[in-house]
Design a protein around this ligand. Structure first.
Ligand code: BJ8
Length: 439
């Protein structure tokens, strides 16, 4: 395992190595049982298996080499971070640990119990010093998306430098102007970290790298979800690949995702599916799945369903739009294009957020899915409230939907499994009835 081989480095960045090694060993064991035991996995998953074992070892060593060369390391919990700028500066922009229940008790010494588990888990990782990514970050990127996050930055900043970007909650012209300025301030902050100016060409190069990464993920999304008869990769594996995209070096990652997609394309041609014919195909909507939050995917795929897409920030919301670099020849236009791209993100923190509902219905039709699960983390008010409007629109379209609210504890896994099982049964019944009617 990577952790022991990098003990000296991890100690130098103040990681609690023994506790961290235990958590990683347990996490890898869980991964082996839940992922590596799947049958008929694509060969291309071997790289991602390796990454799982090295994500807190080799990858951390790489990030710290960059830091030695005065390149920025930026940790985040949100896809509003303008990662093109960090990548353009030659640095690493990555997602921080925030998907485990093991750190929540520590977080609750500083944060209230009744806030979202993602925030508490992430905060706890910092207090425990058990996330090597957090410990490697020059600063943590914070944003003003939801109330709990917005206020918890003030407490987190007692323990680690935080740069907060003001994300508006509406998308009027004056809001978008402010947003563009905020991106400009973020760029200045990166220059403060590196101690040198960042050129337009560097930022454009960073943008090309990230655009290519998103294109590779869109390709994966189409291959797993757009062929109703053949699903060449499990939803769990596809989710894991997407999760790794928030940690890995973007150039290497893009190459590996494209190699995996080449293999999946061949599988589609060969009609090689990892699921039986007539397996109900579900889309999952809602809040992000931080590693190792695999509870819902396990519930679906261990009870006879397939997850064909995540309408989530660890999913389609992250890679659906690219930055248009056409004709960009000055910094002002560049910042404008970044703002245009980022303001297309349909997070529930916005009001109104109707494009999200329209997109969900369209995605469902394009993929010929059989149903959706609307998933929210407990105490995430924005996604929880928005569920009403989304489910109403789904009902109008006759789309079967199950709403699940959960946290990171394993306690409700059995109950979720039972509800998912009943949902899948009702979908299968409807499918059979429709087939019979057509005969
Ligand atoms: S762009 S979804 S990653 S804010 S932390 S809002 S779950 S209560 S993560 Fe998010 Fe950015 Fe939006 Fe996406 Fe709810 Fe929890 Fe808040 Fe959360």
């Amino acid at each position: 395992m990577g952790v022991e081989a990098h003990r000296e480095l991890l100690e130098s960045i103040d990681v609690d190595v023994d506790r961290h090694a235990k958590m990683m060993a347990a996490g890898f064991e869980g991964y082996k049982n839940q992922f590596m035991s799947q049958e008929n996995r694509p060969e291309g998953m071997k790289y991602f298996d390796w990454l799982m074992s090295e994500m807190q070892g080799e990858r951390i060593a790489e990030i710290n080499e960059l830091r030695k060369a005065k390149k920025p390391a930026v940790g985040t919990f949100c896809i509003f971070v303008p990662e093109e700028i960090v990548t353009g500066a030659g640095g690493a922009c990555y997602g921080l640990c925030g998907g485990s229940p093991a750190t929540i008790a520590d977080a609750e010494t500083e944060l209230p119990r009744n806030i979202c588990p993602l925030i508490k888990s992430a905060h706890g990782f910092k207090l425990q010093r058990t996330c090597a990514y957090t410990q490697s970050a020059d600063f943590i990127y914070g944003e003003t998306t939801c109330e709990a996050k917005k206020k918890s930055w003030e407490i987190l900043s007692k323990h680690h430098p935080v740069h907060v970007m003001n994300i508006p909650h509406m998308k009027r012209e004056k809001d978008l102007r402010m947003w563009k300025e905020e991106i400009g301030d973020f760029k200045k902050h990166i220059e403060e970290v590196t101690g040198k100016p960042l050129s337009l060409e560097e930022m454009k190069e960073g943008t090309r790298i990230i655009n290519e990464k998103r294109e590779a993920l869109l390709r994966l999304d189409a291959l797993r979800g757009m062929h109703p008869e053949i699903m060449p990769i499990s939803g769990k594996d596809a989710l894991f690949v997407i999760q790794m995209g928030f940690l890995d070096d973007p150039v290497r990652y893009t190459k590996k995702v494209n190699e995996l997609c080449d293999e999946l394309e061949q599988r589609v041609k060969d009609k090689m599916s990892v699921f039986k014919e007539d397996t109900p195909r579900l889309m999952i909507l809602g809040t992000p799945f931080a590693i190792p939050n695999w509870k819902l995917h396990n519930a679906v795929e261990n009870t006879g369903g397939a997850v064909i897409n995540e309408e989530s920030c660890i999913g389609h919301r992250y890679f659906k739009d690219n930055v248009d670099l056409e004709g960009v020849s000055d910094e002002d236009t560049f910042l404008e294009r970044l703002m245009e791209r980022y303001s297309k993100i349909d997070c529930a923190c916005f009001t109104p957020n109707t494009p999200r509902t329209d997109k969900i219905v369209q995605m469902y039709k394009d993929r010929q899915a059989d149903g959706v699960i609307y998933y929210t983390l407990s105490f995430c008010h924005t996604y929880n409230v928005e569920a009403h409007l989304v489910t109403e629109a789904l009902e109008k379209e006759g789309i079967p939907c199950l709403v699940i609210e959960s946290d990171y504890s394993p306690e409700d896994a059995g109950q979720i499994k039972t509800r998912v099982e009943a949902f899948l049964e009702s979908i299968s019944f409807k499918k059979k009835a429709a087939a019979f009617k057509n005969k």
